[in-house]
Design a protein around this ligand. Structure first.
Ligand code: GAR
Length: 194
């Protein structure tokens, strides 16, 4: 299975996917890593591994993912022969035409137990809401914000002395465990379907 990764940040989830591939527990290859931020560490990690990288030109928009950029992204991923797209800390909303180019083949990792706390900084939202438990979700991407069907979730307790950083770090440990596992489940369901 050929994976394309989209990320805006440090790329620790991409690293967890690479680690699973190296350990032989995930039969896949990351063939292209795209970012909307030229300085994102995910690009550096990919280059160090000899993985092809590219920049998504969002035409100067700070948060929007303009249609032309979505079309260019879809084209680059198709040209690289990508089977499955994994959003790994990608902070823009995926829409058409990228969605229709990869139907049911785009996954996202979100740092909360969806449908609770969609959107940005979900661990801060959880702390501010005073919940005793949060977690993370791998889900299929649809046209909504963090609304697609869930594939796997993991729970994480919120501790009395948690800071945003300590809670996010504990959630990320679980993200790194469930993302490769969710990709395996999707791979199985695709091979059963074909
Ligand atoms: C992860 O915690 C991921 O869940 C979150 O960004 C972080 C990226 O970390 N994504 C979102 O908040 C999406 N709404 P990473 O770059 O180290 O993988």
């Amino acid at each position: 299975m050929r994976l394309g990764i989209l990320g805006s940040g440090s790329g620790s989830n991409m690293q967890a996917i690479l680690d699973a591939i190296d350990a032989g527990t995930l039969d896949a290859e990351i063939v292209l890593v795209l970012s909307d931020r030229p300085d994102a560490y995910i690009l550096e990690r990919a280059r160090e591994r000899g993985i092809a990288t590219g920049l998504i030109d969002c035409r100067g928009f700070r948060t929007k993912f303009p249609d032309e950029a979505q079309a260019e992204t879809a084209k680059a991923l198709q040209q690289a022969g990508v089977d499955l797209i994994c959003l790994a800390g990608f902070l823009r909303l995926v829409k058409q035409p990228l969605l229709e180019a990869f139907p049911n083949r785009i996954l996202n990792i979100h740092p909360a137990l969806l449908p609770a706390f969609p959107g940005l900084d979900a661990w801060v939202q959880a702390l501010e809401a005073g919940v005793s438990e949060t977690g993370c979700t791998v889900h299929y991407v649809d046209a909504g914000m963090d609304t697609g069907p869930a594939i796997l979730q993991a729970k994480v307790p919120v501790l009395p002395d948690d800071t945003p950083e300590s809670l996010h770090a504990r959630i990320q440990e679980q993200e790194h465990r469930i993302y490769p596992e969710a990709i395996r489940l999707v791979q199985e369901s695709l091979s059963t379907a074909s």
